[in-house]
Design a protein around this ligand. Structure first.
Ligand code: F6P
Length: 365
């Protein structure tokens, strides 16, 4: 079965993150050097599969991209081919165009499609797998919120950015005796906030998983002032919310599998806190897409390479319909049917949260 494979294709979907190019490189190099497969890429995610927008992937085209952020194949987080926006009779309607994509794969002679993406992209991968397409999934997201894998690539690169931002905020907070708030990404999971908050010695970490009480945050800041620390650092996850409130939505992106974009809680928090703290000024920094840009961290370059190699090994073994994942220290895999919609969030009573509480970090509880 394994030696029937001659040609494989790759696509990257959803929000980008550092490490995508490292996966593309590792898949291509392993496929070409170890198994002699031909490799092509579809540009702009599933949109390229629909439009047959192809680029050959060779040892040459993937040279020099290991460290680079972004994706040489480009990405889209809107193009679900099972509900694709098309224009018919002057009207925009949603249509299932997945058969066209399957036809394109056949015409191109593609035996296996490697899909690199988060939950939305991998949901379509599962649906193509159900239609008989031989698929291998590779998990990516800075949010680290996919349950089937211990760590997604991109997460540690985002953490490096957030941690450096906190280090920088610390020095200016101390000079001006201010309260500095850093809003980080992560959707409905608090991993980026928790890890960067610990690494960047935040005084308060606010997570979607632990709704906060504004008065407890004020107590923490005042307590620090009494102890000779007249400045404080707060990391707030974009999905955090007050105990009696809601998340802050920054925009709705039509056609996106998950249309809600979070953002704005940092500034809301600053305004709310000002009512309780009158001896410190507040400033909020929203880190935004800086967390998704730039070079991949050392850890992510290695993890992405391992994911890419493992994806091709699955192809060689004929284990289609699976997603590669990291379990403990080992590369492993899990069937796509079991990974979709299985989000991983921070356990409020988990070891890391408890460790943070032990060293005096407040979660605004
Ligand atoms: O899932 C990755 C992520 O960066 C989230 O942390 C964030 O909420 C979202 O994507 C932002 O999406 P967009 O790139 O569409 O603004």
């Amino acid at each position: 079965m394994a030696n029937e494979v001659k040609k494989i294709a790759l696509l990257t979907g959803g929000g980008d993150c550092p490490g995508l190019n490292a996966v593309i490189r590792a898949v291509t190099r392993t496929a070409v050097l170890k198994y002699g497969y031909e490799v092509i890429g579809y540009k702009y995610g599933y949109k390229g599969l629909y439009n047959n927008d192809i680029v050959p992937l060779t040892l040459d085209t993937v040279s020099g991209i290991l460290h680079k952020g972004g994706t040489i194949l480009y990405s889209s987080n809107k193009d679900n081919l099972f509900e694709y926006q098309v224009e018919e009779n002057g009207k925009r309607i949603k249509k299932d165009v997945s058969d066209i994509a399957v036809e394109n794969l056949k015409k191109e002679g593609v035996d296996v499609l490697v899909v690199i993406g988060g939950d939305g992209t991998l949901t379509s991968a599962r649906d193509f797998s159900r239609k008989g397409v031989k698929i291998i999934g590779v998990p990516k997201t800075i949010d680290n919120d996919l349950a089937a894998t211990q760590t997604t690539f991109g997460f540690y690169s985002a953490l490096d950015v957030a941690t450096e931002a906190l280090d920088r905020l610390h020095t200016t907070a101390e000079s001006h005796h201010r309260v500095m708030i850093l809003e980080v990404m992560g959707r409905n999971a608090g991993w980026i906030a928790l890890y960067s908050g610990l690494a960047g010695s935040a005084d308060v970490i606010l997570l979607p998983e632990i709704p906060y009480d504004i008065e407890r945050i004020a107590d923490k800041i005042k307590g620090r002032g009494k102890n000779g620390k007249p400045f404080s650092i707060i990391v707030v996850a974009e999905g955090a919310k007050p105990r009696d409130g809601e998340v802050v939505v920054s925009k709705i992106v039509e056609n996106s599998p998950d249309p809600i974009r979070l953002g704005g809680i940092g500034n809301k928090l600053a305004l709310d806190l000002e009512k309780y703290i009158d001896d410190h000024e507040m400033r909020c920094t929203v880190l935004g897409h800086i967390q998704r840009g730039g070079n991949a961290s050392t850890f992510d370059r290695i993890l992405s390479t391992r994911y890419g190699v493992a994806a091709v090994e699955l192809i060689h073994k004929g284990k289609f319909g699976n997603m590669v994942c990291l379990k403990g220290d080992e590369m492993s895999y899990e069937h796509l049917e079991n990974v979709i919609g299985q989000n991983k969030v921070v356990d409020p009573e988990g070891e890391l949260v408890k460790a943070a509480r032990s060293i005096g970090v407040s979660f605004g509880e």
